[in-house]
Design a protein. Structure first.
Length: 189
């Protein structure tokens, strides 16, 4: 059986599960699947082409190919255009303005300034770690949850150290108020 690099796939019994969502099988396993009436999808591949696979490919709507590596990753994650083009910094400062106007929160000028500095520092770290697309995705997910009246958790783990994720609405922990170090979440190295 093909032995893929461990960073690209996992071997599971009779197949390889690739981290891009594909599966690959020995040609005999595919033949058994077809004979048992299982439908072969476009995400199914073989390790090698033999005569049975060649015959199958002549009549198949979705021919089988050999899987040798991961498909090119689409970093846009198919987000709507408004999230792909969003000015993240403006979004975050607008969210901070919303927090400051909340009648339950009474922040001093020094506390507001501290939050401005925190946003700038965290945002620089998100950029350095190339996580802006992940941040856009979080904003999209939380926005979708809000529009659909979906209830989600109040926070868990090191993500609660991020003030930006608090502003986005990923969790309900004001990490500045509780003096949590954002590097617990955003680590380099």
């Amino acid at each position: 059986m093909l032995n893929p690099h461990s960073d690209n796939a996992s071997i599971l019994n009779d197949r390889i599960l690739w981290f891009d969502g594909d599966s690959s099988f020995e040609p005999d396993a595919i033949a058994d699947m077809v004979l048992n009436g299982l439908k072969i999808s476009k995400n199914v591949h073989v390790h090698d082409i033999n005569s049975d696979v060649e015959e199958y490919n002549k009549i198949a709507a979705v021919p089988l190919g050999i899987k040798r590596g991961l498909k090119q990753f689409d970093p846009s994650w198919k987000l709507p255009k408004e999230f792909l083009e969003m000015d993240i910094e403006k979004y975050l400062f607008d969210r901070l303005d919303h927090v400051c106007r909340n009648v339950d929160v009474d922040l001093t000028e020094a506390e507001i300034y501290e939050r401005f500095r925190r946003i700038a520092a965290e945002l620089a770290q998100f950029e350095e770690l190339n996580l802006i697309m992940l941040l856009r995705t979080c904003i999209y997910i939380v926005d979708t949850f809000r529009k659909g009246s979906v209830v989600w958790g109040v926070g868990r783990g090191s993500s609660c150290a991020s003030y930006i994720l608090y502003l986005v609405g990923t969790h309900d922990i004001d990490s500045v108020k509780y003096e949590l170090d954002y590097t617990e979440f955003l680590r380099i190295g």
